[in-house]
Ligand binder design. Structure first.
Ligand code: ADP
Length: 224
């Protein structure tokens, strides 16, 4: 599903933000990526979103070398990836329904399909009754659930979540992780960047650790 071969990324001369990272994430895996601030986690996410290309090395997603994607093909490529950010990134002047529908309008889905699918994903994240609320009327946990609904509405193969619980208290953080776990159980590959080791330790998942741009450990979940 995702394969990095000797990937390095330098923004400028000096220490690379990612240094010779190789890893393989299989379809349907749930993987935590942890590491101190500045270790290269966001750089890894941005490489996977094709915001820029590696300085050296190759990245394969769904068997394709993403360096070969042309500028015009990038939006199509990104349809396979749902993204969730620490700061939710909802549109403040649109209500919950519209925030989620927006992701489908972009791909010109028919109106009826938008209505059905948005209602369905809002029910999945437990927000069916809040579809008319605006982001400012929601708690942080609820806003993040809207962001997750938006990320999954086009049924992506991969979810990338960058510190999704960074702005949440522990109960909301657990709830968000439970949702991501459920989505993963439905077959979606999930990558979660997090500082929150309590969460990481409370879930039996593969954990990749990055330090100074290098992959320093990769621990598989314990067998049941
Ligand atoms: P993390 O997400 O783990 O905090 P980042 O991937 O954001 O780490 O950053 C890794 C390194 O790359 C850091 O030293 C950071 O200062 C540097 N860096 C990140 N983005 C840029 C950029 N746009 N220009 C220059 N250096 C950057």
């Amino acid at each position: 599903m995702i394969r990095l071969e000797n990937v390095s990324k330098s923004y400028e001369k000096g220490v690379p933000a990612l240094n010779d990272v190789s890893l393989h994430i299989k379809p349907g895996e749930f993987v935590f990526v942890t590491g101190p601030s500045g270790s290269g986690k966001s750089t890894l996410m941005k490489l996977l979103l094709h915001e820029f290309t590696p300085t050296s090395g190759k990245i394969f997603v769904n068997g394709k070398d993403i360096a070969n994607i042309r500028h015009k093909g990038v939006p199509f490529y990104r349809r396979n990836i749902g993204v969730v950010f620490q700061d939710f990134r909802l549109l403040p002047d649109r209500n919950v329904f519209e925030n989620v529908a927006f992701a489908m309008k972009v791909i010109e889905a028919p109106k009826k399909e938008i209505k059905d699918k948005v209602s369905h994903v809002l029910a999945t994240v437990g927000l069916a009754s809040k579809y008319r609320s605006y982001p400012r009327q929601l708690s942080g946990g609820e806003q993040q659930r809207v962001a997750i609904a938006r990320a999954i509405v086009n049924v992506p193969k991969i979810i990338l979540a960058d510190e999704p619980t960074g702005n949440l208290d522990i109960n909301n953080a657990r709830e968000i992780m439970r949702l991501l776990d459920d989505i993963n159980k439905g077959g979606t590959t999930v990558l979660v960047v997090t500082h929150n080791l309590d969460i990481v330790h409370s879930m039996n998942k593969r954990v990749i650790s990055i330090k100074n741009g290098c992959l320093v450990s990769d621990v598989a979940p314990e067998e049941d």
